[in-house]
Design a protein around this ligand. Structure first.
Ligand code: AHR
Length: 554
């Protein structure tokens, strides 16, 4: 995130220019499209951690989103929203990054341990950035620290996901990082911090066993305004001698934003000066990519180029998908540079922040800083991004959509006892068959589609997706981006025979459709029957849809 020009966070004005009413005629493209799945051409196992999440002390992500408090009327487990835990278990949520984001580099983990009533209240990072625009009663102004390390780790345990903690590199010395590791992971009763861990609310005698540690966040910006070689030096210093106890250590470097290849090159070049073995210290290189610019090339201004979350016109619809799609090229470019220095590709990519970022105005309440609604368009962004990550399963070890609840590209919205699943949640649920499955090559031969971009006709792909195999089960997920046309497509499996198939489809007649507390099931997937004839199936992908085809192989 760029620190300048953040005043827009709480602007409530809606984008006036939306062309919501433009309806495309409904028609079907004849089967000029084909997807061939090559089951004997495996890429790699898809790490379940690609389906990870991100939790920051920001807006209403933690307070109200996750933490309702032990004495709340809202159903909770140890103060943690029960409906959220249950919904996350259904999608087998594997990983949670915490406590930021930019907040992480302002956070002292000691503030969030011990008796809750004695924990200090602190100025939240986001108050420093957004200033008077942060509402008086917001926890983004004054951080109460009711939710800290034990609460977060308890949340992870309840869901069954792994924690990924981001250390403060900007404003605390390395010693504090080492002590946070000691607090979390040193053996029962062995250290003063292990005793503190046990004594605290939601205390644990046994170590938490945290494996994933982020070394700062966006150190090129809010995490310190460092240069790449300065960051390489800090990374080496912070990770030089961290007690492992008996747990694996997976350090993640604060990588680049989108196409900032200089940051990646600078870091890898300076690291390499210590010899190639230094890369053993880097489990993942974090890449952040937000889809926010829907201006169709008219501007790249961080504020002006964004559009409304719900009221967007067809051009803005396609532009958001195009922005999301760029990540594939960025990942390949970073990967190539990484391989120039780390020739064995020991370091993999961690896309530890990604998603749609719209202009303010659709948040449930002013206190929900960076909160936004989530439509079918965001579901398509999620689907095409997850398909890209699946296709590059050999390079990507984790990804964390930003952020879990009441924030940017959220799976949930919550307000008091009201709670709903967004269309993006349904995409994650539909994609669970890919988790831990083997990605196999799928060749999409599909004509391009066209839309009007700033007065010029522009191409975009007609269908995109990914395929994976687990035992005799094949999962194919496909996004049809066209706002108005179905796409009849022949699906062919090479190297196996299809016994039967079933489909789940997420689509509505309107790409602006979203779930509200009044109508929480406006967008949800439906099952469709699929006929297989002579080993081939022909499927009609609905306009603006996400589809899961599950094939039983012989
Ligand atoms: O997700 C919101 C912010 O976006 C994060 O705090 C920061 O890392 C990024 O710029």
């Amino acid at each position: 995130m760029k620190l300048l020009g953040r005043r827009e966070f709480l602007e409530s004005s809606l984008l006036a220019t939306s062309g919501l009413a433009l309806i495309y005629p409904r028609s079907t493209r004849a089967a000029d499209s084909r997807v061939e799945i090559l089951v004997n051409e495996p890429v790699a196992e898809i790490s379940p951690n690609i389906y990870g999440h991100f939790v920051e002390h920001l807006g209403a992500v933690v307070y109200d989103g996750i933490w309702v408090g032990e004495n709340s009327r809202i159903a909770n487990i140890n103060g943690i929203r029960q409906s959220l835990v249950e919904a996350l278990k259904r999608i087998k949520a594997p990983l949670f990054r915490y406590p930021g984001g930019c907040f992480a580099d302002s956070y002292n983990w000691r503030d969030g341990i011990g008796e809750r009533t004695k924990r200090p209240r602190r100025t939240n990072f986001w108050y420093g950035v957004a200033g008077k625009d942060v509402p008086e009663n917001s926890t983004s102004r004054v951080e109460p620290n009711e939710f800290g390390t034990n609460e977060f780790l308890r949340f992870c345990q309840l869901v069954g996901g792994k924690p990924y903690l981001a250390a403060n590199l900007r404003s605390l010395p390395a010693q504090d990082f080492l002590e946070w590791v000691e607090y979390c992971n040193s053996p029962a009763g062995s250290t003063t911090l292990a005793d503190q861990r046990e004594r605290g609310p939601l205390g644990s005698r046994e170590p938490f066993g945290v494996e994933f540690w982020g070394i700062g966040n966006e150190s090129w910006g809010c995490g310190g305004n460092l240069l790449p070689d300065e960051y390489a030096q800090e990374f080496r210093r912070y990770t030089a001698a961290v007690p492992g106890y008996k747990f694996p250590q997976k350090f993640i470097g604060a990588g680049a934003s989108s196409d900032d290849l200089n940051w990646t090159r600078g870091f890898f070049e300076r690291m390499r000066e210590k010899g190639e073995d230094i890369f053993r210290k880097v489990y993942g290189w974090g890449i952040h990519h937000y889809s926010w610019n829907v201006a169709g090339g008219r501007t790249n201004d961080w504020n002006d180029a964004k559009g409304d979350a719900v009221k967007f016109n067809p051009e803005q619809y396609y532009e958001l998908l195009r922005e999301a799609d760029k990540i594939e090229r960025f990942l390949l470019e970073h990967w190539t540079i990484m391989g120039e220095y780390d020739r064995q590709h020991r370091v993999k990519i961690a896309v530890d922040e990604w998603g749609s970022w719209h202009r303010p105005g659709s948040e449930l309440k002013p206190a929900h800083l960076l909160g936004q609604q989530n439509t079918m368009r965001d579901a398509l962004v999620a689907a095409l991004s997850l398909d890209i990550f699946n296709r590059h399963a050999d390079k990507i070890v984790m990804a964390n959509i930003a952020q879990l609840v009441n924030c940017l590209h959220s799976l949930f919205l919550a307000d008091g006892d009201k709670f709903l699943l967004t269309p993006t949640y349904h995409v994650f649920e539909m994609y669970t068959p890919h988790m831990g499955a083997k990605n196999v090559r799928a060749v999409f031969s599909v004509p391009q589609i066209k839309y009007d971009r700033n007065g010029k006709s522009t191409d975009f792909w007609g269908l995109s997706g990914s395929a994976s195999v687990k035992g005799k089960q094949l999962a194919l997920t496909v996004t049809n981006p066209h706002m108005g046309e179905k796409r009849e497509t022949e699906i062919v499996v090479r190297g196996a025979r299809i016994a039967s198939a079933a489909a789940r489809v997420l689509s509505t007649g309107d790409v602006h459709a979203h779930n509200t507390f009044e109508n929480p099931r406006a967008v949800e997937p439906r099952s469709e029957t699929v006929t297989v004839k002579n080993d081939t199936l022909v499927f009609n992908f609905a306009p603006a849809s996400v589809t899961l085809l599950q094939l039983n192989l012989l």
